[in-house]
Design a binder for this molecule. Structure first.
Ligand SMILES: [Zn+2]
Length: 493
């Protein structure tokens, strides 16, 4: 990364007078250059340092070149000034759990929806490699317009592959591995395709999972995913599992019947009747999830969380995914407003399916699960296990972009401070991808991926939705430009 220490005027004069070459390479904030602007009089909300009070920011090229307490307009006389009096600036947000390859009709709108809602980075946690790689490359083609995209490639699953594409319910998001040599072939091919992490899935055997972890370490990749049903959470964590999505299968290890439950799963996983993977997994969840919640034991839970803490196994809870199924906010407020930005075919199909869903009562078992996930969230939070904010959009009618703000709200509702929720959507994912010195903060020399808000998100986390402008890779997108992008996305393609 280019260092942007502010040179003195004499240095600039020297560089610019004594050589065209030097001028062409003159990358420092220069009053004569036009690819810079000042955000004047804005309150800085930094995820680590909190509310910094009023500041004056110089954006140069794609970076925050300067943050000053004093006005800098005199120092940079020919620079465009954006008056941000009364506004707040915070880093752009991550959605650390999305799927480009879940719905072909939604996918072409996702990049626009992310920008419009201030999501400047996403982590795709599962899809066919050709498809997710194409979206990553599209995003890389214009980093001032599209979020940074990190990809896992397909879910790496076992012999009884769950998402094998056999029905619309099970799109082809996962790949089958029959043994450890399949694991090697899959990982090597994903490494060739430049994936940013790997995703383990539920039907892996302990041997396959252990080998996957070994290969991931060799290639310097993190492994996220669902704890395999053949294992306990602590077994997976002890092997170095880097992160868990949706708290998946954690309840199975927090029950005082966990050993019997594990025996029963291992016997079901032999799959003597050769049931297809999707159905087999669903049968196991049905047989065990509620039973495990009802036989939850606090000391077992504490043991599991201690092992997650010890092994630094991060959590992406996706609370909105669960809560929305029980609370059903879909047809109101920001949810229905966000559906207006979707292509008409998607909006109509979602609305029809939602209407059908809400016509039936919420089942007791669903409510039990939703309550359990809020409960375990508080426990994980108390234990200070790191979180990242992710949604699973566009699954279950979660609009890309909007749903991330809902997830922040749910995390605060379940006990987090607003600043902690913001960290989980900015500095934490940056750290996860070893980019903590480049992105995720409002700090000098960091990449200028920022959101300007009308209201302070530390006063009320809902204020992350009061978006006044988004800055992506240094480019300023005003509210009206964002609105145009969001609206046009419902008419195109
Ligand atoms: Zn997912």
């Amino acid at each position: 990364m280019i260092s942007l220490r502010k040179p003195s005027r004499y240095t600039l004069l020297f560089l610019c007078l004594f050589g065209l070459f030097a001028l062409q390479n003159c990358k420092s904030p220069d009053p004569l250059l036009t690819d810079q602007y000042i955000i004047d009089n804005v309150t800085v909300i930094d995820p680590i340092n909190g509310d910094q009070g009023k500041r004056h920011l110089l954006i140069h090229d794609n970076q925050i070149a300067l943050i000053s307490k004093a006005s800098i307009t005199d120092e940079y006389p020919n620079t465009k000034i954006i008056d941000a009096s009364g506004k707040y600036v915070m880093p752009g947000l991550w959605d650390a759990h999305i799927h480009f390859d879940y719905d072909k009709l939604v996918a072409p709108k996702m990049l626009d929806l992310f920008l419009g809602y201030g999501i400047t980075y996403v982590r795709d946690t599962g899809g066919q490699i050709d498809i997710v790689k194409a979206w990553k490359e599209k995003a890389q083609s214009d980093p001032s317009r599209y979020p940074m995209v990190k990809i896992a490639g397909p879910l790496i699953d076992g012999k009884d592959n769950v998402y094998d594409g056999h029905s619309p319910k099970a799109p082809p998001l996962s790949v089958q591995s029959k043994d450890t040599s399949d694991i090697r072939k899959i990982v090597e091919s994903l490494v060739q395709n430049d994936v940013d992490l790997l995703k383990a899935y539920e039907m892996l055997t302990p041997d396959q999972f252990a080998y996957l972890m070994q290969l991931a370490k060799k290639y310097g990749l993190k492994v996220t995913g669902h704890v395999p049903l053949s294992m306990t959470v602590s077994q997976a964590a002890d092997l170095g599992f880097n992160s868990m999505e949706h708290f998946r299968n954690i309840e199975l290890s927090c029950s005082y019947e966990r050993e019997q439950l594990l025996d029963q799963r291992q016997s079901l996983l032999k799959n003597k009747d050769e049931i297809e993977g999707y159905v087999l997994r669903s049968n196991i969840h049905t047989a065990q999830r509620i039973r495990a919640i009802e036989t939850n034991d606090e000391s077992m839970t504490d043991e599991v969380l201690t092992s997650l803490k010890k092994n630094d196994t991060w959590q992406i809870p996706t609370l909105t995914l669960y809560a929305a199924l029980a609370d059903r906010p879909y047809l109101d407020g920001i949810w229905s407003e966000s559906y207006e930005y979707l292509p008409d075919t998607v909006k109509n199909s979602w609305t029809a399916r939602i209407k059908e869903m809400v016509s039936k009562p919420v089942t007791e078992s669903l409510q039990q699960q939703v309550d359990w996930y809020s409960h375990i969230f508080s426990k994980v939070y108390e234990k200070e296990i790191p979180f990242m904010v992710g949604t699973d959009c566009p699954i279950y009618f979660l609009t890309p972009g909007m749903s991330l703000h809902e997830e922040l709200r749910h995390m605060v509702r379940c006990g987090m401070q607003p600043i902690e929720a913001i960290q989980a959507a900015t500095t934490n994912p940056a750290l996860y991808f070893d980019m903590e010195n480049e992105i995720g903060r409002v700090k000098q020399n960091y990449i200028a991926d920022l959101i300007i808000l009308d209201k302070n998100p530390l006063d009320d986390i809902k204020n992350t939705l009061t978006i006044h402008a988004v800055i992506k890779n240094g480019k300023y997108w005003s509210k009206s430009e964002l609105e145009k992008i969001l609206s046009s996305s419902s008419e195109e393609g």
